[in-house]
Write a protein that binds this ligand. Sequence first.
Ligand code: ADP
Length: 891
Amino acid sequence: MRKKVQTFFRRIVDSGESVRAKIFILLTIIGMFSLILALIADIFLHENMGEISALLVTVLVAPLITYLAVKKNRIQLGASIMSVLVVGFVVPLVFCFGGGLTGGGVIWFVFAYLYIGIILVGTFRIVMMTLLTILIFALYIASFFVPELIVSHERFGWYLDSGVSILLVGFSVYYMVRTQYRLYVEESEKAKLQAKKIEEMNRAQSRFFSSMSHEIRTPINTIIGLNEMILRADVSEDVAENAANIQSASKILLSLINDILDMSKMESGKMEIVKVQYDVGKMLSEIVNMTWIKADEKGLKFSVYVDPSMPSQLFSDEVRIKQILLNLLNNAVKYTKEGSISLSVHCVKTDAGKAIVTYSVEDTGIGIRKESIPHLFDAFRREDNEKNRYIEGTGLGLSIVKQLVDLLGGTISVNSVYTKGSTFVVSLEQEIADEKMMGEFGMRKLGQALDKPKYNRSFEAPEARILVVDDNATNLLVVKKLLKETKVIIDTAENASKCLNMTLQNRYNMIFMDHLMPGMDGIECLHALRDQAGGLCKDAPVVALTANAGSENQALYRREGFDEYLVKPIDSSELERTVLKLLPENLVTVIDNVDENFEPETIIREMRTKIPILITTDSTADLPAELLSKLNIPIVPYKVRMNEGVFYDGIETGNSAIIRSLEDGSVVAGSEEPTVQEYENFFSEQLTYAQHIIHISMGKHISKGYENACEAALAFYNVKVFDSGQLSSGTGLLVLYAKELAESGQYDPEMIVRELLKKQEKIKTSFVISTTDYLYRSGHLSSFINKLCNALMFHPVLITRNSYMKVYRLWAGGIERIKPKYIQSLFRNPSDIDKSILFITYAGIKLSEAEKIRDEVSRFIGFDRVYIQKASPSIAINCGIGSFGLIFARK
Ligand code: ADP
C-alpha cells in the first residue's frame, strides 16, 4: 500500500505539471481522502442526513473540478472554485449539521484555513481567508444566539464525531504539510540538478570554444602565412588581387574567432584582467598604425589628439585597452562613408597617484538611432536599417567592449545623432607607472606596419641561427618562409625531445617554441632547456609561439620565463620585429631605418580644447543679448506663429514686431517650442565646443520644450536637461547662476544640477497682466474667467509654482494704481531678498515706464544689477501688451 501511495505521489511529482498544479492536486486528494473517511464514519454513526449529503456532494464535485482544472490548465480557476465550495458550502453545512461547537465541524475550520491558504495565491487568497474568518465568527455568533439553527447530537454522537474529526483533520494537516515539504525538496533538488547541468554545459561550451579557436588558428596561420608569400612574390595583378582578398577574408575570420572566444570567456567568467606597465605612446602608435590605412583607403580624414600631460607609462591591461580602442576605431571607419574619424585621449590625475584616462572616438558616419542606443551594447544586436545591412559584422564587438570596460572598472558612453555621426567615450582609471609627461604625441613607425602591402625586409642576419619548435609541420614551414628574406639560418624540431637534442649540439641565437605539443609541452621544454646539462642554449632568448590568445596567456608566458610571446596566426612584421629585437646586434644589418616620429598624411593632430561644461537655454529665458554673448550662453529659439507664417523667436522676428501684431490683432496661433529634432541638432552642434551641456528649460508644465529637450538628450550621454520650473527671466536667473557655478571650476554636472535644485526654490517669478485676453487666447484661461476679469477690471498676477504657471491673486482697478501695490507687496520685507540681480521684464510698455518701475522698486530695495529686459516674443504672446514682471531670488 505504502509503495502504491509512493508511486502515485511520484507520478504526480514527475508529471509535467507546474508546481502549483501539483500542490493543488495533492492537497485536494488528501482533503478528499479525509472527507470520504468522514462520510463513511457519518454513515456508520447514522449521522444527520444534512451532513452526509454535504459531504457526499463535496466528495463527488471536488475531484471533478480538480480534474477539469488540471486538464484545461486553469489551476487558478479550479482552486478558486474549490475554495468557494469549502467556504460557502462545506464549512457552514458541516458545522450546522455536525453539532456546532460540540461536533467535529469546528475542527474542520483548521482544515479549511490550511487548504485555502496553500492552494490560493494573491489577493484572492486574502479575500477568501477574510471571508472564512467572517463566516466562522458568524457561525459562532449564530450558534450562541440562535441555537436552534444547529442540529444537536447526542452526547456519544458528538464525542465520536469530534474524535473522528480530530483524527482525520490531524492526519490530513500532517500529510498536507509533509507533501508540501516533499514537493519543495523534490523541486529544489531538480533545480540544483538543472543548475549543475547548465554549468556543465557552459563549461563544455567554453572548452569547445577555446579548443575550436585554438584549432582554427592553426590552419589560418598557414593560410595567412603562405598567402603572404604570394603577396611578396612577383605575381600577376590577378593573382595579387586574389591573394589580397584571401588576406582580408582570413583577417575577418580571425577577428570573428577572437570575438567568439572572448564572448565565451566572459560568459563563463573566465576573462581575466592582467595589468602590466606599458608605454602609452607606443600603444597609441600601434593602434593608429592599425587603423589609419583603413581610414585612408576610404578617403577619411583621421585626427589624433593626445593630451601632452599624459603620463608616459601607465599600469593596466594594455592588451584589453588596445582591443577596446581598436574595436571602436574599426567601427568608426566601418560606419563612416565620408568625413573624418578622430581619436582623442585626455587625462586627469587623481590624488591617489592614478590617472583617469578618457578616450573619445568620434566619427561623421551614419549615426545610431536614439531608440537603438539603449541596446547598443547587447550581444548579437545590430541596428537593422538599410544603411548598415551590407556592412559586415556580428554585433559582438560592442558587447565585448562594454564587458571589458566593466572588468577594467571604467565607463563607456555614446553620443550619436542619426545620419550625422557618433562619439564613443571610454573612461578608465589607471595607475601611473611613470610620472614623466608624454609631451607632443609623435606617431612611431613600427616596423613595416605602416607600409602599404609591398613587403620590404627590415633586416638581414645571415649568420644568425634560429630554432623553431612546433608539432605542426606547416607552422614550421610558415615561420621558415616568412623569415626567408632575412637570410637567417632556420632549424626546426617537431617535438620537445628533438629540440633538446638539437640544443645539445648547436648554439642557437634564439628559439621559437610552440606551447601545446604532444608529450613534453613548450613550458616544460623551456624549463628543461634552461637547466639542460651540457646544453648550449641555456641563455638563448625563447619566444612562445602559441594559438592561445589573451592577456592572461601573455602573463603566463612571462611568468614561466619566456622572453617574448607571439600569437598565431603570426603577423609577419611582428615576427621580424621580435627577431630583430632579440638577435645579438653584431649579427644583424638593419635595412630599413625606423623613423622615430612618423606622420602619415591622413593623420592630423589637432589641439581642440572643449570647455568642460556649457550652459544653454531657450530663447524664452529672457536674458539680454549682450549678456548671452558675453557669457557664451547659446540659446535654442522658440517659434512664433503669425499670420505671415512661422518665425524663429528673436532671430527672424523682434519683440516690437510682435507687439505691433498683437496690437492689430494679427497673431494667429501663438508660440511653439523647438521640436525634438531641433533640440538634437542644437545639442550636437554645441557639443563640438563642450564636453558636457546643461540645458535649462522653461517650466515643464508651462511648455512642451522641456519634454522635447529631454527626448533629444537621450541621444547624448553628456547632455542634461534641467527643468527651471520658471518662465521668462526666472529661467534666465537660474541660467546665470548655473553659468557662475560652471565658471567657478565646478566641473561635475551632477553637482551643478544639485545646486540648481536648491537655488530653483528661491527664485521669485511674477508678472502683472494688463488684460487676460492673451492668456485666454493662448489657452491658459477659460473664456468665463476671462470675461469675468474683463468685466470687473481684474488684473491677475501670474506666478510660477512647481513648474506650473498659476494666477496668484487678482488686483482690481486700473493698472497704474496696481503697479505700486504690486511692487510694495513684493519688497515690503527686503531683508530676505538676494540683492544681486533684479529683472524687470516687460512686454508692450514703454522703456520709460519700465524705468519708472525700477525707480519705484529702488524706494524699497537697492539691487546690485537691474536688467530692464523686453520679454521674448513667445512670452509676450502669452502675457500680452502692458504686462511686466519683477524677477529676483530670495536668500
Ligand atoms: P558589428 O559592427 O559587428 O555589427 P558591434 O557590436 O561592433 O557589431 O556594433 C553593434 C551595432 O552598433 C552595429 O551593428 C551598428 O549598427 C552600431 N554601431 C557601432 N558603432 C557604430 C558607429 N561608429 N556608427 C554607427 N553605428 C555604429
